[in-house]
Design a protein around this ligand. Structure first.
Ligand code: UD1
Length: 346
């Protein structure tokens, strides 16, 4: 039997590119679809170096039904779709809510239509711990924890998309896994691919590594008066390659006839770390001093949230393996590699 073809939307993006590497390592044949709206075409070159051949890639927008249809019709034997492509900036979604609904919901609908039309049955969807909103029954959330009102249009698109997929799975034509990611960090161990935010990073770890290398003057920790042991926010930071591996497990899971039609899994380590702990761990792992200050709280930040990952551990057979220090060191290696190849982000 040949390698199973998997369409990977957003395959040039941060999580998408790491998943492409794992797909190839596990005998799949990824077909990347990306319009580079928040990624770079160079990622395809770097993937080629890593996997030893140029991955098939199509520069198109997933909301463009006709163009995406051609990818489906040119490949008669697609085994599944992993749908990463989406807008993901919480703050931006407050300013441009319509664009977020338009892009994130429409692209999913186009994909579901094409899956039905071409009889493609398996879908893995990128969801987020943002669907839990601000949890009040303790900070460790499980898949059956209540979904609180979303704090942003971005978060709302993830809830809407989850619901659409759950309803569509009811008709028995499609099986899906909704993966609720916690905070992905780090980079492939080679340092050849990693997180490439365009402009000033919103996320913590790229801000740390850019500060350490001198692109940013200093990191601002957004608040230290939260009700946590050191006053800074708590998150569940997971290495992106561990996260990528969860997609392979999800494809295996969906492929087993006995399994749920629409499964939901938390993809996190199960450990919470504060922002201050992340900064300390970075300094320890790299033996560098980071220039940082304490600033105002950031609007919309949830005080503390981390995963109950028991369902993923026992049912999916997946566990996060890499430590926080390993993850931060890999992010640093990636930042050094970008400097070495003189890659300009802005
Ligand atoms: C958020 C969303 C997540 C989304 C992700 C995409 C929630 C709960 N999570 O993650 O679903 O996929 O954005 O970007 O809505 N921090 C600083 N200084 C900085 C940057 C960050 O102190 O310069 C702190 C933040 O206050 C937060 C932590 O670092 O406590 C992590 O922030 P970030 O990396 O932006 O991720 P989330 O906001 O947790």
């Amino acid at each position: 039997m040949g390698r199973k073809k998997i369409i990977v939307t957003g395959g040039a993006g941060y999580i998408g590119s790491h998943t492409v590497v794992e797909l190839v390592a596990h005998g799949y044949d990824p077909i990347i679809v990306d319009n580079y709206s928040n990624s770079f075409p160079e990622v395809i070159d770097w993937l080629e170096e890593l996997i030893g051949f140029r991955p098939i890639n199509h520069n198109l927008d997933c909301c463009d039904y006709d163009s995406l249809k051609k990818v489906f019709s040119d490949n008669s034997d697609i085994a599944g779709v992993i749908h990463f492509a989406a807008y993901k900036a919480v703050g931006e979604s407050m300013e441009k809510p319509i664009a977020y609904y338009q892009n994130n919901v429409n692209s999913l609908l186009v994909i579901l239509n094409l899956m039905e039309e071409f009889n493609v049955k398996h879908l893995v969807f990128s969801s987020s711990c943002t669907v839990y909103g601000t949890p009040d029954n303790g900070i460790q959330v499980a898949e059956n924890s209540e979904l609180k009102p979303p704090a942003s249009p971005y978060g709302h698109t993830k809830i809407i998309c989850e619901e659409i997929i759950q309803n569509v799975c009811g008709n028995d034509k499609i099986k899906a896994s909704l993966l609720r990611y916690f905070n992905p960090i780090g980079a492939h161990r080679s340092g050849k691919i990693g997180e490439l935010p365009i402009g000033k990073p919103n996320n913590l770890v790229p801000f740390i590594t850019q500060t350490a290398i001198g692109i940013r003057e200093k990191l601002t920790i957004f608040g230290n008066t939260y009700n946590t042991p050191d006053g800074t926010n708590i998150r569940d930071y997971i290495h992106v390659s561990d996260l990528a591996n969860a997609h392979i497990k999800a494809l295996d899971y969906i492929g087993n006839k006995q399994n749920e039609k629409c499964s939901i899994f938390n993809i996190g380590t199960g450990n919470g770390n504060s922002v201050k702990e992340v900064v300390d761990a970075f300094e320890k792992a790299t033996e560098m001093k980071l220039n940082y200050q304490i600033g105002e709280k950031r609007a919309g930040d949830v005080e503390a949230i981390y995963a109950n990952a028991q369902k993923s551990n026992s049912i999916l057979g997946w566990t996060a393996e890499r430590t926080l220090e390993e993850s931060l060191l890999s992010a640093w290696k990636w930042q050094l590699n970008l400097k070495a190849i003189d890659f300009k982000l802005d």
